[in-house]
Design a protein around this ligand. Structure first.
Ligand SMILES: [Zn+2]
Length: 209
């Protein structure tokens, strides 16, 4: 994974259109506000889960230890990525893993739900740059947090995770794993959207039970 900010600043200051600058500003503000858990930031559900303590007096007193994160999480920055607005007929947006780029159609460039959807893809890409247990920690923390908030969560996960459903989604728009589903529920709840809004693919009707 490339962690180079220069390309972004060159583009942002010299080439980006006014609409692209507004779009990128939305990406960064939504990202900073809603994705602390996927960055394992202090105070998030994930950083509490991986917190470590040590004692030098046989357990009488404990102090918090610094947790070493993979570089991609420790130094994460949205300017490692590219952002582009391009008119598309078949889809509203996508995240390109090879180019580390979010591409969005102009009519969706101001749509928070679409931007949040692509930001989940971006952050899953970042998580996958490190050891797999960060993916598992995030999956567990989201599940633990949502199980009291989303009705019939286990059923929703089982239906979504079935191989026939995942395969169909894969052919339509790439991988949307169970972690993706849970993070999209977290965002729906925090934004006050009907369940399934951030996920898309007609899932608001599917999850409305
Ligand atoms: Zn997607």
């Amino acid at each position: 994974m490339e962690k180079n900010s220069e390309r972004f600043f060159e583009w942002y200051t010299k080439e980006a259109s006014a609409q692209e600058r507004i779009f990128v500003d939305s990406v960064m503000s939504l990202g900073n506000e809603y994705f602390g858990d996927m960055r394992f930031e202090a105070g998030s559900i994930t950083s509490d889960f991986i917190a470590c303590q040590s004692s030098i007096d046989g357990g009488k007193t404990w102090i918090a230890d610094e947790v070493s994160l993979p570089d991609a999480l420790q130094y994460f920055s949205y300017d490692w990525f590219s952002y582009r607005i391009e008119k598309m007929e078949a889809k509203c947006a996508y995240f390109d893993w090879l180019k580390q780029e979010i591409v969005i159609s102009p009519e969706y460039a101001n749509d928070d739900a679409t931007i949040l959807h692509e930001l989940i893809h971006l952050h899953e890409f970042v998580i996958h740059d490190g050891p797999w247990f960060f993916h598992d920690a995030l999956l567990w923390c989201l599940y633990r947090d949502l199980r009291g908030k989303v009705e019939n969560l286990d059923t929703k996960i089982e239906e979504h995770g079935h191989i026939l459903n995942e395969t169909e989604l894969q052919s339509q728009g790439g991988t949307h794993d169970i972690l993706f589903l849970l993070k999209s529920f977290d965002l729906d709840l925090r934004k006050g959207y009907p369940l399934g809004t951030v996920f898309g693919y007609g899932r608001t009707e599917y999850f409305a039970d």
